[in-house]
Design a protein around this ligand. Structure first.
Ligand code: PLP
Length: 396
């Protein structure tokens, strides 16, 4: 018999995964060319050349004992030093080798951070719409999630005034995901500074740090002339969760890191605790193969023009079909308004035309819909008729 605390995870499932599975069934029934899967975020561009060169290098030139043995819990020193140097070069001098803890993606980075910050009954705050796993992960540590309502009028930017309303002494961390899944927004410096002001005030009032967990798997995926702010420049108590799942197109390799800037409150204790949580949560360390690959590919990213073309064409198709959409600035998601208040009704109508979309309620923002445009460009062009048909149903 499974534990009571596990039941909600099993029963809740994941709407995105469900849609993905449904898509496979639909492809069997209707033919793959008549199904347009905009549900999951599985990147389709190939990793850059440096990744393949690193693979060849590690399999032909390196000592297998180094490649396959247990590293220390935080990862290879050379990888951590290379990541710290790269961050310092790009964003200013915030990191030492000890600041970087290699992890199985941003997901695992957030989990070890939560393990270090949350006691049972503590809370994290998130801005809707938000990546739904945050709340599940917090629940693993018997912590609650408080949701700041979506700021639709201001393009879904984080709303500092609303954040203030949900803060109390049990809130230990706030998650910010920029560029954002699902809205594709890149947050303005003004909004982030306002959030930082509110948090500094609350830290003083409650007498303990409130960390920002800066979830940055899409940091490099930017399509407009807008800076992705580096949060440690704005707020000292920031911990970064990064991933190469998207920037190098290798989500299955499970590789990322947690980074604690020197100036964050209790940074030394935190770094030690993060290393200990790699151990006590059972992963022990990130993949050694993937560490070697990213160390040798730090200056590269996938071809961004692939996503940019997808973003432009999907935006055109969706808006020409009559929908109100937000032009993606970064990440690889198009966020658009459901033509009816209950977006589940629209999701079903879209499914009849072969379109698989994710309901906004999966991100705590009903009335909106997410389309992930990391699939092939051909699929996006093929889906135009389906969007037109479903648009006609609502807009005539
Ligand atoms: N955070 C956000 C906002 C995401 O969209 C994802 C994956 O899609 C993750 C974290 C986890 O990514 P990974 O664990 O592959 O790095």
């Amino acid at each position: 018999m499974i534990a009571k605390s596990m039941k909600p995870f099993v029963e809740g499932g994941s709407a995105i995964r469900k849609m993905f599975e449904e898509g496979k069934l639909m492809a069997k029934e209707r033919g793959a060319e008549n199904v347009y899967d905009y549900s999951v975020g599985n990147p389709s561009p190939h990793p850059p050349m440096e990744v393949y060169q690193a693979l060849e290098y590690l399999s032909t030139k390196m000592d297998p004992h180094y490649v396959f043995a247990y590293p220390s819990n935080a990862g290879y020193e050379s990888t951590r030093q290379a990541v710290a140097d790269d961050l310092n070069e790009r964003f200013g001098d915030h990191f030492d080798m000890e600041s970087i803890i290699m992890t199985a993606g941003a997901g695992y980075a957030i989990n070890i951070i939560m393990k270090c910050l949350l006691d049972p009954g503590d809370k994290i705050a998130v801005f809707a719409p938000y990546f739904v796993e945050y709340a599940n992960w917090a629940r693993n540590f018997f912590a609650d999630t408080v949701v700041v309502p979506p700021n639709e009028k201001k393009g879904f930017e984080p709303d500092a005034a609303e954040l203030k309303k949900v803060l109390d002494p049990s809130v230990k961390a706030v998650i910010i995901n920029n560029p954002n899944n699902p809205t594709g927004a890149i947050y303005s410096r003004e909004s982030l500074e306002a959030v930082a002001d509110v948090l500094r005030e609350a830290e003083k009032e409650f007498g303990h740090p409130i960390y920002i967990i800066s979830d940055e798997p899409y940091r490099e995926l930017v399509y407009v002339d807008k800076k992705v702010e580096f949060l440690p420049d704005i707020y000292d108590d920031t911990i970064i969760a990064y991933s190469w799942s998207k920037s190098l197109s290798m989500p299955g390799a499970r590789i990322g890191y947690a980074a604690v800037p020197r100036k964050a409150s209790g940074s030394e204790e935190l770094r030690e605790a993060l290393v200990a949580s790699c151990r006590v949560l059972g992963a022990n360390n990130a993949s050694t193969l993937a560490e070697i690959i990213v160390e040798r590919s730090l200056k590269s990213t996938i071809d961004l023009s692939f996503y940019y073309r997808n973003a432009k064409d999907l935006y055109r198709i969706v808006t020409e079909a009559g929908f109100e959409a937000i032009l993606p600035q970064g990440a690889f998601y198009l966020w658009f308004k459901s033509p009816v208040e209950n977006e589940m009704e629209f999701i079903e109508a879209a499914k009849e035309e072969g379109l698989l979309l994710v309901p906004g309620r999966s991100f705590c923002s009903p009335g909106w819909v997410r389309a992930s445009f990391c699939g092939s460009h051909k699929m996006i062009l093929r889906s135009e008729e389906a969007f037109k048909k479903v648009g006609k149903k609502y807009f005539g």
